[in-house]
Design a protein. Structure first.
Length: 430
């Protein structure tokens, strides 16, 4: 047997025995893990595919393949990243433990893998030459082996569980076998419940090309279903990302949260990262705020915005918190600096165009985001004038097209420098 396989197999066997002994001595801990597993699965429901892709990206995978086999009722996700580590296996077996040890960002919880439990009858992870299998039937078997019938009834009765409940977490104890994987480093195979097929299919079909914009490693996602096969891929060139026929330029900002916003219960500092993706034509039909993957926060700007925000447990909404207020302030600064950088030497409406939102999101509104955007528009010199300078809104004059054209055509800009530049969208800007 390969030394690495032997080492990890031995480690897993030790973890399994430790888990069983813990549960045998402390059934409350077993029931707590069971309840927490269900809770986490429900919290992340609707984001299972995103969580699986996030895990692959965290392991520095450049390629992922997703295959949905309707006949066998199997969803498989294979990736080319790092193999499963000991900490990775342990984090699955302990319901509140994350294996993420890289630079810590707000919202980086590392527990989303449990979302797939709500889909699965069986989950197997093939990596390191081992097949590590989790299932409800394994959980039931382990529960029955650990406790006699009367003990099982006592556990259920004293904790207000139904008489047929199996209060044993699905990911608590796996079964291990040796099985080498070809071509990929890790394969996750999910035997899904028939009634979850439509949800799985919907999530796969909802994958948009923009999901590759803010990931650290993933450059290619291949999708295979009974209906179609397609690939989403990107090419990175310095600060530009090319996805299909669109070139996105990425503008970014990052830093460490101030001391008063740090979580005092942790040793490592919390960081934040912000990115803005700007297409060639300064427009996008994708109107969701990203935190690596899209959330459910509508944000109607002509660019795509990503931030490591303080998210709720579903990762779909941002919390009303001082951390997010701070990050949104930094985001406004990034939007403004991005707008001015885009303009370059040419004085244009682009700074105001980027700041121009078409509607408000109520959560962002409660966090005073739009008030600060409006204040920036009022207070900053971002209005382009015919003398090729920017002025504040209060210092400019907007006359009709004929008069402005006359001034420009007769080269008299120096007499009326405060006239704003003409644009077809001027009424929506001012």
């Amino acid at each position: 047997m390969d030394k690495n396989i032997y080492d990890i197999k031995k480690y897993l066997q030790q973890q399994i025995e430790s888990q069983k002994n813990t549960y045998l001595k402390d059934p409350d801990r077993m029931v707590s893990d069971y309840n927490r597993e269900i809770e986490l699965a429900n919290e992340y429901d609707g984001r299972q595919i995103f969580e699986l892709l996030q895990n692959a990206d965290d392991e520095e995978a450049e390629k992922v393949q997703i295959e949905l086999n309707e006949d066998q009722k199997i969803l498989s996700i294979v990736n080319s990243g790092e193999s499963f580590s000991k900490k990775g296996y342990k984090s699955l077996m302990l319901s509140n433990l994350s294996s993420k040890t890289k630079q810590r960002y707000i919202g980086n919880k590392g527990l989303g893998f449990r979302a797939i439990i709500s889909w699965a009858d069986n989950i197997s992870i093939n990596s390191n030459g081992l097949d590590v299998e989790f299932s409800h039937s394994i959980a039931k078997s382990e529960f029955n082996n650990l406790f006699k019938k009367q003990e099982q009834e006592d556990i259920r009765q004293t904790r207000d569980l139904s008489q047929d409940a199996i209060p044993f977490a699905m990911l608590a104890v796996p079964r291990i076998s040796e099985k080498k994987l070809e071509n990929w480093s890790t394969a996750i195979s999910i035997t899904y419940k028939p009634d979850r097929f439509e949800d799985i299919k919907f999530q796969i079909n909802s994958l948009e090309k923009e999901i590759l914009l803010f990931l650290n490693s993933l450059n290619e996602i291949r999708i295979k279903t009974s209906e179609k096969e397609f690939t989403i891929s990107r090419q990175i060139s310095r600060d530009e990302i090319i996805i299909e026929d669109t070139t996105w330029k990425i503008y970014s900002s990052a830093g460490v949260l101030p001391d008063n916003l740090q979580n005092k219960n942790r040793n490592e500092s919390e960081n934040f990262s912000l990115k803005i993706a700007v297409s060639d034509n300064l427009s996008t039909s994708y109107k969701k705020l990203f935190s690596f993957f899209p959330t459910k926060v509508d944000i109607n700007f002509p660019v795509i915005i990503h931030g490591t925000f303080d998210l709720d447990s579903s990762r779909n909404q941002i919390n009303k918190s001082n951390k997010n207020k701070y990050i949104l302030d930094r985001l406004i600064e990034l939007i403004i600096s991005t707008a001015k950088e885009i303009s370059g030497k040419e004085v244009s409406w682009k700074p105001l165009q980027i700041l121009n939102y078409s509607s408000k999101n109520y959560i962002l509104d409660e966090l005073e985001f739009y008030d600060k955007i409006d204040a920036a528009i009022d207070e900053l010199p971002i209005i382009p004038c015919i003398d090729n300078t920017y002025r504040k809104l209060i210092d400019v004059v907007h006359f009709d097209q004929e008069l402005t054209e006359l001034v420009v055509n007769t080269s008299n800009q120096h007499l009326f420098p405060e006239f704003v530049k003409l644009t077809a969208e001027i009424d929506s800007y001012l």
